[in-house]
Ligand binder design. Sequence first.
Ligand code: TYD
Length: 424
Amino acid sequence: MRYDAVLFDFDGTIADTERGISAALRTACEQLGMEPIPPQQIPLFIGPPVLDAAQRYLGMDAQQAAVFHTHFRAAYRAYSLYEATVYPGIPLLLRQLRAQGVYVAVASAKPVDMVQSLLNHFGLARLFDRVVGKTTSDADTHKETLLRQALPARYERAAMVGDRLYDMEAAKAVGLDAIGAAWGFGSAQELLASGADALAATPQEAASILCGESAPIPRGFFISIEGLDGCGKSTQISELARHLRARGYDVLCTREPGGTPISEDIRALILDPEKSMCNETEALLYAASRCEHVRRVIRPALEKGQVVLCDRYVDSSLVYQGAGRELGMDKVAQINAPAVDGTMPDLTLLFVVNPQAAFLRRSSATKLDRLERAGEAFFLRVRDAYDLLADTEPQRIRRIDASRNIAEVTAEACGYLDKLLDGR
Ligand code: TYD
């Protein structure tokens, strides 16, 4: 093991908080009748306590800086704390460290309740053993003090990951290895000049430095999206992908039938309204397309730690071919067993709409494919079969009422995703 404890700075290391901080700085300047801070200077205010930065970079005395700080803090808390995104690869890095039994903590000069709220918001709270920040308005926020508080009682070798000179200098003063997070606000030059032992351009590079090149990558998450044609899956999938990317996840969106060149050819064949085929052939073609997709796309992505958002999966075959085409769900499950080969979603979001409403949505949109031309009785059987599946596997399959407006549906779906990724 290279390290048994790793401490992280928050702003500029875990999350890009520039948007929220710069909005609050702008408000503080307006309220005090000052010129706004030029955009290129904003990064100087991310990392050090605002009280110090206001004196150092705005030429204020201690009293003026305290007033400025009060305005800044009020605006930040009230309006822009969550205007932030987690850097791509951070959740995977944290999960990788934890999988190796490494103690992981945050040491930030931000008020500790803010850091905790942000970690909760981004679903990262459970990945940290300790969160250290400013506890009272007159607390000592020197980075060295924070690092000492964040370290475990016993450790052999510890590292600090941070993006500014304060982080590197404090790490060295406390006897830790200093890893420069070059993806943040400090330049490589700043980090090296202040004592960085190593620089990482991305969280993935930091993982190699901290865990070694050959450390196992934790498996990603497999999420399938189901529902009747016209239930609004496509819109929701792009919203969900955006939500996950803002939380630092590497997301792969894919679909069935499809997702690989051969599977897309099979898709074209099955959905072609000019073709006709036996129900069994249809079921076998869906399974063949899935077989290719699982092995060439889904599993490799999961092995890289990615989050796979799959528009339809084996449940679609169970309900469309098993119930819709009346082949029987057991028979379709058997046909699919060698294709799926044990790779099942960790979570399935089932978007529920009434079949008539879905039909209207579909038919107003585009030309109908071969499956969409099946009659109303077909879609009623599909609807009932989805219900049956969701009743049988309530832990995996979550029903979401998709007749509401897009934002409400997205919010509920994101709640289920967060629960899964956060390990709750
Ligand atoms: P989908 O990609 O959801 O259609 P669209 O992009 O046009 O909204 O699915 C294509 C059709 O294939 C849909 O009617 C459902 C059907 N289907 C099955 O019948 N069985 C399956 O296993 C899968 C994956 C899809």
